[in-house]
Design a protein around this ligand. Structure first.
Ligand SMILES: Cc1ncc(COP(=O)(O)O)c(C=O)c1O
Length: 394
């Protein structure tokens, strides 16, 4: 019973099925945050006293653990950020800005759409969008057409769709991207909590990670940058801890990752993030996958039995998130009633309005599971859903 590791479940009577929004945090993560603030609260990479050295060591340990976790080559390839949103914005403004064409897909989160609009790019004016097929899978033929017409581009694609749970074949996307002399950034917000990431095997150039969706604290994320590209990356913000030497004529920057981490970092939460990674490692992705797959297909089968249900993604190409609508009922209305029955799901557009528009819908109800969920959670949810449908139909 993995819920016992998470204090939230001891204190809340909610059936939590909104894991794609954020995951709960295990006790070990909470302990670590408290440990930093109560035992050695000091700034990192500055002072040279005992507590400051301890804080720096703990902070850098997270970098090393994350490096090993995603099989990066070196710690310099791991840059701490506030989360996936900041990682994507950072690459957009310090590297991708120079490219004539950016290629995304039509199933992206707003975080991978709006940074490109901020550069005054619009569809076919510096921004190209890969079609998503009827079953919500990535259209590789269209992708290759776009790359052929626009070699030397910058490609930015999500690994797993937050709105529908569809998982893209990133290895294949990377191969095609590089064939056309382009670069690939991956939005990994919905990945690391559920399956192993090997950045070398995937051969991605940039990979964005979110701690809070991976059982870690909010306000922390990381950006993986392939070593060969580090020198090409300009600094994004500068200030304390990024500098090697300054006079009034010029500033000489440190090397990566420090030149990208300006100002005091979110020290406690970075330190605590490693506890989330250790927790996942202890359980093992194999176990996580087995549990999640079983609950996911149980959820799918139970939903299929509901009258007038419209399901968008199938279990074969998707993981953990299930999006649906009930004919003639507004998804937000169902969300409100489920909330009243203490069920936490998300209803609406899930920060992915363009794909909703493409499907001609305002939104969906999204149920997103994690390995601590049980079939009993699904039963409670299905019972409440049926009740909500009956109430809204009458
Ligand atoms: C696919 C996807 N990309 C990006 C984000 C933004 O991530 P973060 O909250 O770490 O900034 C999310 C969060 O909902 C997401 O699901």
């Amino acid at each position: 019973m993995y819920k016992n590791d998470f204090p939230f479940f001891k204190n809340s009577s909610v059936t939590y099925l909104d894991n794609a929004a954020t995951t709960q945090k295990p006790q070990a993560v909470l302990n670590k945050i408290l440990e930093y603030y109560t035992n050695y609260c000091s700034n990192t990479h500055r002072s040279n006293h005992g507590d400051a050295n301890k804080a720096t060591k703990e902070f850098e340990e997270t970098r090393t653990i994350l490096k090993e976790f995603i099989n990066a080559k070196d710690e310099s390839e791991i840059i701490f950020t506030k989360g996936v949103t900041e990682s994507l914005n950072m690459v957009a403004s310090i590297f991708a800005k120079e490219f004539k064409t950016i290629i995304i897909s039509s199933i992206e989160h707003h975080s991978n759409i709006t940074p490109w609009h901020m550069q005054n790019r619009t569809l076919h004016q510096g921004l190209e969008v890969v079609n998503i097929k009827e079953n919500l899978e990535f259209d590789f033929e269209h992708f290759e057409e776009l790359l052929k017409a626009n070699p030397n581009s910058f490609v930015s694609i999500t690994h797993v769709s937050n709105a529908f749970g569809v998982k893209h074949n990133i290895k294949k996307i990377a191969k095609l991207t590089h064939k056309y002399n382009s670069y690939l950034m991956v939005d990994g917000a919905q990945s690391l909590a559920h399956f192993e990431i090997d950045v070398q095997d995937l051969d991605v150039d940039f990979y964005a990670i979110s701690s809070h969706k991976t059982y870690g604290p909010t306000g922390v994320g990381a950006l993986y940058v392939k070593q060969e590209l580090l020198e090409k990356l300009k600094t994004y913000q500068t200030g304390g801890a990024t500098i090697n030497d300054v006079n009034f004529q010029r500033s000489l920057m440190l090397s990566s990752p420090y030149k990208f981490e300006a100002g005091t970092q979110n020290i406690a939460d970075v330190i605590a993030f490693k506890e989330a990674l250790k927790y996942i490692k202890n359980i093992g992705y194999k176990t996580i996958h087995t549990i999640e797959e079983e609950i996911y297909s149980y959820l799918h089968n139970e939903l299929k039995k509901i009258e007038n249900i419209i399901l968008y993604n199938n279990v074969e190409n998707s993981i953990v998130s299930k999006s649906f609508n009930i004919k003639d009922i507004n998804s937000e209305d169902i969300g409100i009633l489920l909330d009243k029955m203490h069920i936490a799901v998300r209803a609406g557009h899930h920060c992915a309005q363009p794909i909703m528009k493409k499907l001609n819908i305002d939104g969906t109800i999204r149920v997103s599971i994690a390995f601590y969920n049980t079939k009993e959670d699904i039963d409670i949810f299905i019972k409440a859903l049926k009740k909500a449908i009956t109430m809204l139909k009458d």
